[in-house]
Design a protein around this ligand. Sequence first.
Ligand SMILES: *[C@@H]1O[C@H](CO)[C@@H](O)[C@H](O)[C@H]1NC(C)=O
Ligand SMILES: *[C@@H]1O[C@H](CO)[C@@H](O)[C@H](O)[C@H]1NC(C)=O
Ligand SMILES: *[C@@H]1O[C@H](CO)[C@@H](O)[C@H](O)[C@H]1NC(C)=O
Ligand SMILES: *[C@@H]1O[C@H](CO)[C@@H](O)[C@H](O)[C@H]1NC(C)=O
Length: 787
Amino acid sequence: MRCLLTASLVAGLAASALAHSRVSDDPVRQRKSLGFGPVHKHAVYRSTPYQVVTNAFTRMPVDADPFQVARAFVEDILGNQLSETNTYKIRKDSYTDPNTGVTHVYVRQVINGLEVADGDMNINVMDGMILSYGNSFYPGSAEPLLDDDIRHPHLEFCDGLTDQLSEHYPAFLASQEVMSADTEQLMGHLTHVHHSNCRFQNLAAELAPSADPRDNGLRSALLQFMVSATPNDDVVNDILGNFDAYMDKMVEYSAADHFAPSDEPAPYMVHNVPDTVNPVKAKLAYVQVPTKDDSVRLSLVWKFEVEMQDNWYEAAVSAVAPHRIISVVDWASDAPVPVPPQPQTATYSVFKFGVNDPAEGKRTTEKENYDALASPVGWHTLPYANDPSFQGARLANKEFYRNTTTTWGNNVFAQENWEGQNSYINNYRPDAGAGKSFDFAYKPKETNKTDALEEAQKFINATVTQLFYTSNMVHDLYYRYGFDEISGNFQQYNFGRGGQGNDAVIANAQDGSGYNNANFMTPPDGQNGRMRMYLWNTAIPYRDGDFEAGIVIHELSHGLSTRLTGGPMNSGCLPFGESGGMGEGWGDFLATTIRSTSTYSDFAMGSWAANRVQGIRNYPYSLNETINPSTYKTLDKPGYFGVHAIGEVWAQILWLVSQGLIKQHGFSDTLFPPQPREDGSVPEGDFYRPASGKKPLVPKHGNTLMVQLVLNAMKLQPCRPGFFEARDAIILADQQLTGGENFCTLWKGFSSRGLGPDADVVLRTPWGGGVRTDDFEVPLACAAGKA
Ligand SMILES: *[C@@H]1O[C@H](CO)[C@@H](O)[C@H](O)[C@H]1NC(C)=O
Ligand SMILES: *[C@@H]1O[C@H](CO)[C@@H](O)[C@H](O)[C@H]1NC(C)=O
Ligand SMILES: *[C@@H]1O[C@H](CO)[C@@H](O)[C@H](O)[C@H]1NC(C)=O
Ligand SMILES: *[C@@H]1O[C@H](CO)[C@@H](O)[C@H](O)[C@H]1NC(C)=O
């Protein structure tokens, strides 16, 4: 017997943590999040020169077209595997990074005219050479097998939990080195998963493929996905009780472009899908699934993009057996759930960038100190044509740009969202008038939970101002390290610099859809990111998360890492497990780096909002092994299946690596590079090393260099990276930027927490499980006496 609701494994764990942590009785909507997919054992990432050797490919001339270089390379590695039915395409979101000179080429496998949704190559090309590449192409012959035997590890959870665990994960259990109490804890988690997600397993047969000849399988697959995806029990029951009526109501249109021919099958747009906020985009594709004999097969699936109130899913559901959900990625990322128990420039009254929260400093008056490269027209101006509140108004208006006196601009739309709904254009935002002085009172009163929202609403002007300011600072900062238009940043208008526009961040303050959290949804480039910040009422006094910069930075960093990993148009590259965990970890690391000063200090995440000194992670970020003992192997522990726990380990490792660079290169008091000269060129100042020729500028200090390496590495790493691939990408980024001068410093940092060259993982599971081996050694070249 198979389990219908296979989808919620990760969600169950997150939801259970949430359930324990809630201390308020307020009717908070429980956000459910699904995320899992097959593990690709055959995927590789090759990042050192001796690994990037192939049959016949040799370095091409330095000025060769990088796309030609990539094509030649792809055709060389794939060799005989390529045929008329098994081919590839170069994705349109590939780009040459002006900051580094590296061309990031994204390649998608195409079999029988359909994309292999998880058949990705990312090839990094420079000077006629391949720097690194990742490859998760389906390795077999092109005959798609629609075999009923395909094994989905997660499906088996519904048949007798303990048996399944001991049968399929004996080594995993053995590796836990846990005594009975801990086993209880481990099993406790899984029992919860079992009960909450296997409720509908008997329905699989009833909901099996429709006999209706009009049905191409799309609607029944979609409806069954919605049964798993909706957090709303009433909707589930209604769908199950009126399945045919729902099927009839859903209408699909082909979204074919009738003007210009396209080489791809047109997607469908499906209307009237329950619990969605926009029509669902659907297309046929293949995905790769593991088989019982440990090889890989292709499965024909419907790929859906489902926009719901609280989630934005990219799901693959079997087209032949629609009760099988093969993979789900939620483009929404939650922030940390707290652990139990308990022109004329504007001015803003805000906690200055770098002041993490109200406990760290006082509000000051800050100028709209926008970065001239990142925000050429400032933060309060955008073209009429790109202004969603001015649809159609352009014609009546001779001006191109519109100036606003509110928290509405080209990078960020900030407003309250007390209703917790999806609309934002007409929500309240402060208007500072012609003087653009956003000087609003912030005098929080000590209150208890019942009047938390009412009190917070009294300083909404200050809240939205703070959120707008922090978000714009982050936009400008990340821009200067290379998160620009062409690599998929968030802007309504892209100033003709490439990439897709119309995707400023919609930043909702005091969002009514939750408490004690925050989240960010990252659809592909060209669609708005959506950030929701919540109030925190875990302790008295309650707190407004909008004032804790670290939480805002963490959330905005989801947009950064998701757009940079695997290309701007692929939002599915940090879905779950180690890659999803690192998606959390980068946010913690960057937030912590932004608040740190030249005097070293440990930092905890979310201390102020949660009103808890130790914050909302297991440990503060620290150099001290007693204070933060995490190593790579920590991921094996019970309680480390969730992305936030995994992310914490990654962030701690990055923190140590970063401190190594700081020790070596010193500390810069500002992370912001100098403003450009009139001609647009960037002076080196005390920020960059003296420029040498056409080479990219290299940040001089340890903290700025680390931020640069982290962002460059996001662009170099493959889709769905693990810790090893992300580590190797950072080492490659240094090789590419500095000629590898920090090779040993970086390795020492990684090795200090077990991520040395011989670290290993076996028996990976889709939600991040596995058995890991720490390696505390450094490469031979860095061993004592050699470095
Ligand atoms: C917006 O401000 C700029 C700079 O002050 C000005 O040149 C422009 O005319 C203004 N646009 C409108 C529509 O007022
Ligand atoms: C707590 O809430 C109750 C009910 O709204 C209210 O009467 C009381 O004044 C509040 N206490 C404080 C300290 O604000
Ligand atoms: C926000 O600011 C506006 C403009 O100054 C003011 O009229 C309004 O009362 C303020 N709102 C609150 C809740 O203080
Ligand atoms: C590490 O932290 C522990 C616990 O706070 C403390 O006792 C110890 O002295 C610290 N070690 C160092 C090297 O600071």
